[in-house]
Design a protein around this ligand. Structure first.
Ligand code: CTP
Length: 432
């Protein structure tokens, strides 16, 4: 798990019998090379001695919010600031409730309050009847809605031998694997650029290079790739889109902390890790996924090249060739984006809607018309006739037009263009 090498993690231990398994979690993190700190609730210290975590991590865990020496050495805010990611294991029913309520009366809750929930991985552990209670489920749902990540609980034998059911804390190896996947999505820690070596920068503040992290926990939907409209099982109408631009958008959003749903047509390339991926082959399939999930989203970017028409009939068997020429009757597919524009025209809150206009002539004129007709916030106008950009190319050059009259040109690798698009989206979301 070299991904965890040097990453600054905080393990918060709650007061439940599964606290003994947190020792193994700490051991695995330390073994993976993470810079691990620990914090324990007062209840956790009744199950496992702080000395155990000190032995495993080489540092005394934070145990007491009111201990002057501990606060002086590394106060809870310093602890929060130093952690890139927090694992709470076990997360007891009581801790879930206190995290939901924003309590800050011990070192664990006070520290977590200063860290955004999207950077938490909670490993719940409790009796299966407690787990099933409406209070626990409501607390959990609220924390998930705030961006918290959950691993487990598993189904299995509980400490109370007669009980079997969901509530058992995930195994240490599962917790570490889940943390690993989530930490891989975080941007790199601010890096000191070795500018002194090049002699290009003198003043210290300029040496800090930090990537944008402005979509933390924000749910966004990105569509990508071409749709296929089948005539029969082996023939379809489609277009040359590869999905590269949409995948770059999903990846760039993920790298800024967003929770990404990527809905893709028939693409060949590998989807980015750490995003929810749904395949939708035809325009109708894509429309139904987007329509169902749109309500959860703060921004929807339709980079998919959706077929405007489909064959009126779809044969269930391969159609044999006719003797002579034949006319193919086409019918319209749903315009997904125009549908969203109409649905959210008067609504608040509404997701920010971003369309693409792939054009071969009168680029900005056509794009502006689509921006207005589909009631969008932004449209990315893309000249697909120019060499080295558009469909299948690695680079792209676009003009982004806003409903507010703004006009921004972006160019470069598709990932850089994607980042530029998210800059525009993020600045609009922050003004809402
Ligand atoms: N779009 C959509 N549903 C469709 C067709 C297009 O949601 N059935 C979306 C695309 O994903 C893109 C935007 O609408 O974000 C513009 O797509 P484009 O094909 O350029 O526009 P059309 O409205 O289809 O206009 P035309 O093909 O006539 O240029």
């Amino acid at each position: 798990m070299s991904e965890l090498q040097g990453r600054r993690l905080l393990l918060c231990v709650g007061g439940g019998i599964a606290a003994y398994k947190a020792c193994e979690v700490a051991r695995l993190f330390a073994k993976a090379g993470a810079e691990l700190r620990c914090a324990m609730t007062p209840a956790a210290q009744r199950f496992v001695a702080p000395l155990t975590f000190q032995a495993l991590t080489g540092r005394a865990p934070a145990t007491d919010l009111f201990d002057a020496a501990q606060e002086l050495a590394a106060g809870h805010i310093a602890l929060a600031d130093s952690a890139e990611f927090v694992i709470v294991a076990p997360t007891t029913a009581d801790l879930l409730a206190r995290l939901r309520g924003g309590f800050a009366d011990d070192v664990v809750t006070a520290t977590l309050l200063a860290i955004p929930p999207a950077r938490w991985l909670l490993a719940p552990a409790m009796n299966e009847k407690m787990w099933a209670s409406p209070a626990v489920q409501e607390n959990l749902a609220t924390l998930i809605a705030r961006g918290a990540n959950i691993v487990g609980p598993g189904v299995g034998e509980m400490a109370e031998r007669a009980h079997v059911g969901p509530g058992r804390m995930a195994e240490a190896s599962e917790i570490v694997a889940a943390a690993c996947a989530l930490v891989a999505r975080l941007p790199e820690t601010p890096r000191i650029v070795d500018a002194l070596a090049t002699g290009s920068v003198a003043a210290a503040p300029h040496l800090i290079e930090q990537r944008a992290w402005d979509l933390e926990g924000v749910p966004v939907l990105v569509t990508a790739g071409p749709t296929r409209e089948h005539l029969d099982p082996v023939r379809f109408l489609s277009n040359p889109s590869t999905g590269r631009m949409g995948f770059a958008l999903a990846q760039a959003a993920r790298d800024r902390g967003a929770r990404v749903l990527l809905v893709a047509g028939a693409t060949e390339i590998e989807p980015p890790a750490g995003v929810e991926f749904v395949r939708a082959e035809s325009a109708a399939e894509m429309a139904s996924v987007v329509d169902v999930r749109a309500g959860e989203m703060r921004a929807i970017v339709m980079a998919a090249a959706v077929s405007d028409q489909r064959p009126a009939e779809r044969a269930s068997h391969k159609v044999k060739k006719p003797d002579g020429d034949e006319l193919l009757r086409l019918v319209r597919t749903p315009d997904i984006l125009a549908g969203l524009g109409a649905r959210y025209a008067q609504a608040t809150p509404r997701p920010l809607l971003v369309g693409f206009a792939a054009e071969t002539e009168h680029l900005e004129e056509h794009a502006r018309e689509k921006l207005a007709r589909k009631q969008l916030d932004l449209i990315v106008a893309n000249d697909v006739s120019a060499a080295g950009q558009g469909f299948a190319a690695k680079d792209n050059r676009v003009v982004v037009l806003g409903r507010d009259g703004s006009r921004v040109e972006l160019g470069g690798p598709k990932l850089a263009v994607a980042d530029g698009i998210w800059d525009l989206v993020a600045s609009r979301l922050s003004r809402e």
